[in-house]
Design a protein around this ligand. Sequence first.
Ligand code: DAU
Length: 342
Amino acid sequence: MRLLVTGGLGFIGSNFIRHMLAADRKVSIVNLDLLTYAGNPANLSDVVGDYGGRYRWVKGDIADPRVVRRCMAGADAVVHFAAETHVDRSILDASAFIRSNVVGTQILLDAALRHKVGRFVHVSTDEVYGSVASGWSREDDRLEPNSPYAASKAASDLLVRSYVVTHGLPVVITRASNNFGPYQYPEKALPLMITNWLDGKDFPLYGNGGNVRDWLFVVDHARALELVLRRGQIGEIYNIGGTHSCTNRELVEQVRALMGINARLVRRVPDRPGHDRRYALDCFKLKKLGFKHAYGFVEALQSTVGWYRGHEAWWRPLKKGGGYQKYYSRQYAARLQGRTAG
Ligand code: DAU
């Protein structure tokens, strides 16, 4: 199977590529990735060495129809990860989110149609359902996105749906919960917490820390995506949830215990504007397809902490970079002054 993966130098995309190349010797992959701030060739340096003959990176933009058409030619299937993903960044400036997540998706869909691609997996998020006070979001629930990021993903999901209905494009949508694991850019809560604590620095906890997230190990996410790619029904949506749901306060305590941190090292900061209180996914459809998680939460968290301990050379340069520092000063300047955009 010749796969076109978009955004494969990012966190989830790179873990998926590593998984697919190891799982099936008949898979070859073209990875279309622009190398924006969250992409990193180091995320796949082992893959280049081990599977170089079956893997190729094309540096290019999913919003550029020419490069997209070139990469799409000859692909049997597409798995589309490329996206701006960080909620806080979308609050500061939503423009890149519309360009990549909405326009980029439309350009990919058009190219897939033109090249008669056999299958297109659109990787989306539980955030499109909005905050759920109780119960679990099902795939046919109403979309109520609350952040500009979530709205851009919901827009892309609806665009995908329209290509199935109008053009018969063979697309499947997946919606996953909060991923964690190796190679996650350290602006997200878990890698930020772990790497700050390795340096004896505080983790900034938003609001009262009572927000609930459902944690999915990225390797299990990659396994679920492979299943959906091979066996998912065209036109269907599959929720992909994790194995552990908890408040951010509880997460802080679990990581603290695992890392053996005695000091408090948590600083309460003003809440994220529009902060969704709780996400929770009903994963009955995925289970019916045959999915079972392979990793428990504690062992996955343990191995993730161990990975960040053992890979300082991966994350330190990212945190020292000018872009990272600039983002953080902008983020907290805005938050502390009560501004939410601009
Ligand atoms: O639910 C799936 C989504 O999970 C993905 O679609 C998004 O791309 C991904 O970024 C993630 O969104 P969240 O906003 O839930 O993830 P984040 O790691 O930013 O935050 C997790 C929780 O921790 C959230 O309730 C906000 C809180 N938080 C986050 C950061 C970065 C803090 O308390 N302090 C922080 O510094």
